[in-house]
Write a protein of this length. Structure first.
Lengths: 118, 117
């Protein structure tokens, strides 16, 4: 079953506002979560790596002040798109890795969040 | 960083025939190569994976081969069915020393597979 839950699945916001997307690991502790962005008909592009209790590591070209990532607990990471613009409209998806013998290094993806900025 | 190239971008196959999708990667330190199937607006679904110490893996109609020397890996789907139609992504995982040793996935550009009934 689904072990990484992402919310909301769809969100529409006005240009200039901020929107928060949550990613939760439901039955395991995720010390590391990853945030991806996927534009229509394109691949998943890694935006940042989120480590519990520390600052996120952003990929080149991703504005850390615009895409705020918080990983305050072992089961929750949030992505906040600040001052959203229409070009930020995209499919945002998180993933988490469960480390250990029980699950191995399995990668679990959230359901994704469609963001539309109008 | 790691760079993953995927070909072809689109592939149409007659139902019952085989489909092959190929990927190359740039960093020889990559150690894990999953393949994902993604339907529109949904999360990627892992369909098969292979680790760097194995050359081939098969799961019913799906197989993956890995050539570490040439740094390429391929997905093979036999006896294709209409429900195989989707976008397929390859990926390569590498440990990022600059990022707490986190293992990052780099995705290929995707292949839209269409099975023609």
């Amino acid at each position: 079953g689904a072990v990484v839950s992402q919310h909301p699945s769809r969100v529409i916001c006005k240009s200039g506002t901020s929107v928060k997307i949550e990613c939760r690991s439901l039955d395991f502790q995720a010390t590391t979560m990853f945030w991806y962005r996927q534009f229509p008909k394109q691949s998943l592009m890694l935006m940042a790596t989120s480590n519990e209790g520390s600052k996120a590591t952003y990929e080149q070209g991703v504005e850390k002040d615009k895409f705020l990532i918080n990983h305050a607990s072992l089961t929750l990471s949030t992505l906040t798109v600040t001052s959203a613009h229409p070009e930020d409209s995209s499919f945002y998806i998180c993933s988490a890795t469960s480390v250990g013998q029980a699950r191995g290094n399995t990668i679990y993806f959230g359901e994704g969040s469609w963001l539309t900025v109008v | 960083g790691e760079n993953v190239e995927q070909h072809p971008s689109t592939l149409s196959v007659q139902e019952g025939d085989s489909a092959v999708i190929k990927c190359t990667y740039s960093d020889s330190a990559s150690n894990y190569f999953p393949w994902y199937k993604q339907e529109l607006g949904k999360r990627p679904q892992l369909i098969i994976d292979i680790r760097s110490n194995v050359g081939e893996k098969k799961d019913q109609r799906i197989a993956v081969t890995l050539n570490k020397t040439a740094k390429h890996f391929s997905l093979h789907i036999t006896e294709t069915q209409p429900e195989d139609s989707a976008v397929y992504f390859c990926a390569a995982k590498i440990r990022d020393i600059s990022n707490f040793g986190n293992e990052k996935l780099t995705f290929g550009t995707g292949t839209r597979l269409t099975i023609i009934p």
